[in-house]
Design a protein around this ligand. Structure first.
Ligand code: ADP
Ligand code: ZN
Length: 613
C-alpha cells in the first residue's frame, strides 16, 4: 500500500477504510493547520489524532482529555494495538508515573494523554520540561466542548488551555468534540485561539441507531418489551429521578436482569463499582440519571431507553448516542409523557434563562410528538439535510406507526372536546370524555351530556394521548405550565375548529399493532438481520467468553480486547490460520500476534464440537 495513513490504519487497527471526515481531519494535522473537528459520538474522532501521531518515527503528540477513565480506555486500547502510548495522571501509582516520565525523556512514546492542568497553569513547568526534550508534533484537545460554559460538561480546568498557544506557539492545536451547537463551536475557536482553523463538521446521522418513541403508559411492560429484544445485551435506562432509578434497578434485578443503579446520590465507591461492573461486562443494564455519562466507552451498548423526556434534543442526542458506538445496530427508545415537559418547564421558570430553556424544550417536545422520519428530524435539528427518503431505522420508516387517513377529522373532534370542557381540564379528563368514560369527574361536571362525549369509544387511552401529543407538537393545542396542566387551544387550533381547510398537511399516526403471530418484542430491522447474517451465534458467544477472560486476566475492559464487530466477523468467517485472521476487520498485526492463537483455539474447539455432535 502506498498511502501511509491507510497502511498505519491497517497495520495497527485492522481497518481498511476511513470513515467520513477522518481523512480530512488527519490531513489538517499533518499539514500543521489548526482544526476543529465535530463528529457524533462513535464517529471515530480518536483515530483522527491517533493515526497521524504515528506518521513520524519520533516526536510526541499530546492529547488533552478531561477524564482519567477516558485516558485509561484510550491508552489501553492503543497499547493493545501495539502503539507506543501512555497516560500521565493522578489515577496512576507514583511508580507508574515515574516509569512514564523516564519513557518521555527517552522519547519512547508517540502519544501522551494528560489532563489540562498538567500542561498549563501553576506547577506545570516541571512536567513540560519532561516533554520538551523531543519535538511536540501537535496537541489534540479531546472533548473540547468542556471549555465552553454553553456546553453541558463545562470544566473550569479547560479554561487554562488558552495558555497552550503561549507555551507552544509553533505547535498546531486540534480540537475535537461531539457537541455541535454553533455557540459552543465559536467558544472553542476563540478560547483556544485557533489560527485559520480547518472546521470539519461530520454528519450527525447515526444510521445504525433505530429510533423509537412511545408514550408512557405501563412503563414496566414497555421496558419488558425492549429487554426482550435485547436479552443478555448491554443497555442503559435513563430515568428522571434517583427514586425511580433505585426502584427500576431493583425491579429489573428481581426479574432476573443483571442491572445496577447509578446516580449522584450513591456513595462514591458504590457508584464507581457499578460503573466498572458495567464496563467490565459483569452486568448488562445500568439504570441511571444523566449523571451517568461521559467516559462510558463501552462500545457494545445495544439499547438506550429514556424513561422520561430529556430537556433538549442536544441532551437526547448525547445520551442516546451512547448506543452502538461499534457501528452495529442499536435501539434508542424514548418513553415520555406530557408531564415530563411540564416538570422541565417549571424548572426552567426557576432558573435565570427560562426563555432559552423553554425553546429547547419545545424542540424536544416536537420531536417526541412528531410524525415522520426521526433520523431526518434529528439531523435537521442540527442543521443538516437528510438526503435519504426513508431511513429504514425509525418507528415511522419501519411502518410501526400507522398514518391516520382522517387526521383533520380526528384533530377537530379532539379540539372540540377541549373547547367543550372550557379549556379547564387536563389531558386525562379530555381523554375520558372522548372515550365515553363515566368517571367521577365526568359525572360530577355533567360532561357525559356533552356532544363530544364518547366520540372515540373504541380507541385506547394511549392512542388518544398520542394524538393529543402530536397536536401539541404541531402547535394546535398547548398545555399550561400549572401544577395541574390544562389543555388549551392555540390560535391555529381555533382556526382549524372553524374551518377544516385552515391547516394543510396535518398528519396523525398511531402505533400499529405488530402483525399477528409475532410478539411485540420481535421488531428487527434489516440492518440488524444483515449484521448477523452468516454469524455462528454459538461461536460468537464462545468468543465473547474468551474476550471476557482475556480482559479479566489483563485488567482491561473487554471492548479494549475486541469489539463486537470483530467477534461477529470472526464467527462469520471462522479463520483457521493466523494469516487469515489478520484479514479480519479490527484485527491489527499486534492483536493477531498477541491474541491470534487463543482465538484460533476457540474456533478449532467449536469446529470439533460441531463435528462430534
Ligand atoms: P468517538 O471518539 O468519535 O466517539 P471512537 O474514536 O471511539 O469514536 O470510534 C468509535 C469506534 O469506531 C471505535 O471502536 C473505533 O475503533 C471505530 N472506528 C474508528 N474509525 C474507524 C474506521 N476508519 N474503520 C472502522 N472502524 C473505525
Ligand atoms: Zn426514518
Amino acid at each position: 500500500m502506498s498511502d501511509p495513513l491507510l497502511s498505519l490504519l491497517e497495520r495497527y487497527w485492522g481497518y481498511t477504510a476511513f470513515r467520513p471526515m477522518q481523512r480530512e481531519a488527519m490531513d489538517a494535522i499533518l499539514a500543521g493547520r489548526d482544526s476543529l473537528v465535530v463528529m457524533p459520538t462513535g464517529g471515530g474522532k480518536s483515530l483522527c489524532f491517533q493515526v497521524p501521531a504515528l506518521a513520524h518515527d519520533n516526536g510526541l503528540a499530546i492529547v488533552v482529555s478531561p477524564l482519567i477513565a477516558l485516558m485509561k480506555d484510550q491508552v489501553d486500547t492503543l497499547v493493545g494495538n501495539g502503539v507506543a502510548a501512555a497516560g500521565f495522571h493522578s489515577g496512576m501509582t507514583s511508580d507508574a508515573r515515574q516509569d512514564v516520565a523516564s519513557g518521555l525523556v527517552a522519547g519512547r512514546y508517540r502519544l501522551l494523554y494528560v489532563a489540562p492542568e498538567r500542561l498549563v497553569g501553576e506547577g506545570s513547568q516541571s512536567f513540560r520540561s519532561l516533554v520538551g526534550r523531543q519535538p511536540v508534533r501537535f496537541i489534540a484537545v479531546d472533548e473540547a466542548h468542556c471549555i465552553s460554559q454553553w456546553g453541558h460538561d463545562f470544566r473550569p480546568e479547560y479554561r487554562q488551555l488558552a495558555d497552550l498557544r503561549r507555551v507552544w506557539p509553533d505547535v498546531s492545536l486540534h480540537a475535537f468534540t461531539a457537541t455541535a451547537t454553533a455557540r459552543v463551536r465559536r467558544d472553542i475557536l476563540s478560547q483556544l485561539d485557533l489560527r485559520n482553523p480547518a472546521e470539519l463538521v461530520g454528519s450527525f446521522d447515526r444510521p445504525n441507531l433505530v429510533y423509537r418513541v412511545l408514550i408512557r403508559s405501563n412503563l414496566k411492560r414497555q421496558l419488558q418489551d425492549v429487554l426482550a429484544r435485547h436479552r443478555g445485551e448491554a443497555g442503559i435506562v435513563y430515568c428522571q429521578s434517583r427514586r425511580e432509578v433505585d426502584a427500576l434497578a431493583e425491579w429489573l434485578r428481581e426479574s432476573g436482569v443483571r442491572a445496577v443503579p447509578y446516580h449522584a446520590g450513591l456513595a462514591d465507591d458504590e457508584r464507581h463499582r457499578n460503573q466498572d461492573a458495567f464496563l467490565n461486562e459483569e452486568i448488562d443494564v445500568v439504570v441511571a440519571t444523566v449523571a451517568f455519562g461521559m467516559g462510558i466507552d463501552r462500545s457494545d451498548v445495544r439499547f438506550v431507553v429514556h424513561a422520561g423526556a430529556p430537556q433538549s434534543l442536544e441532551h437526547y442526542q448525547q445520551e442516546a448516542g451512547r448506543a452502538g458506538r461499534d457501528g452495529l445496530e442499536a435501539e434508542c427508545l424514548l418513553i415520555y409523557s406530557g408531564g415530563d415537559f411540564a416538570r422541565w418547564r417549571a424548572m426552567a421558570e426557576e432558573s435565570g434563562d427560562g426563555a432559552a430553556r423553554r425553546a429547547l424544550l419545545r424542540d424536544m417536545e416536537r420531536y417526541a410528538g412528531s410524525v415522520g422520519c426521526r433520523h431526518r428530524r434529528l439531523v435537521g435539528y442540527f442543521g443538516e439535510r437528510f438526503e435519504k427518503d426513508a431511513c429504514g431505522a425509525c418507528d415511522y420508516c419501519l411502518g410501526e406507526l400507522e398514518a391516520m387517513p382522517n387526521a383533520i377529522e380526528i384533530a377537530r373532534k379532539i379540539l372540540s372536546a377541549v373547547a367543550r370542557v372550557q379549556q379547564r381540564f387536563g389531558v386525562a379528563h379530555v381523554i375520558n370524555v372522548l372515550r365515553g368514560r363515566d368517571t367521577e369527574m365526568v359525572s360530577g361536571r355533567g360532561h357525559q351530556h356533552l356532544s363530544v362525549f364518547g366520540l372515540f369509544r373504541d380507541a385506547s387511552a394511549d392512542e388518544l394521548r398520542g394524538y393529543v401529543d402530536q397536536l401539541i407538537a404541531r402547535g394546535l393545542l398547548r398545555q399550561t405550565d400549572d401544577a395541574y396542566p390544562v389543555l388549551q387551544l392555540t390560535t391555529e387550533g381555533v382556526q382549524l375548529m372553524k374551518d377544516a381547510g385552515a391547516v394543510s398537511d396535518l398528519e396523525l399516526a398511531r402505533l400499529k399493532p405488530p402483525p399477528k403471530g409475532t410478539k411485540s418484542a420481535d421488531r428487527r430491522t434489516k440492518t440488524e438481520v444483515a449484521s448477523w447474517d452468516g454469524v455462528d451465534r454459538e461461536l460468537f458467544e464462545m468468543l465473547r467468553s474468551l474476550r471476557l477472560s482475556l480482559a479479566r486476566s489483563r485488567g482491561v475492559p473487554p471492548y479494549v480486547i475486541f469489539h463486537d464487530t470483530t467477534l461477529r466477523e470472526l464467527a462469520r468467517h471462522r479463520p483457521r490460520t493466523i494469516e487469515a485472521l489478520r484479514h479480519v476487520y479490527g484485527v491489527g498485526a499486534r492483536k493477531a500476534d498477541d491474541l491470534g492463537e487463543a482465538v484460533l483455539e476457540v474456533i478449532r474447539e467449536h469446529e470439533a464440537g460441531a463435528r462430534s455432535s
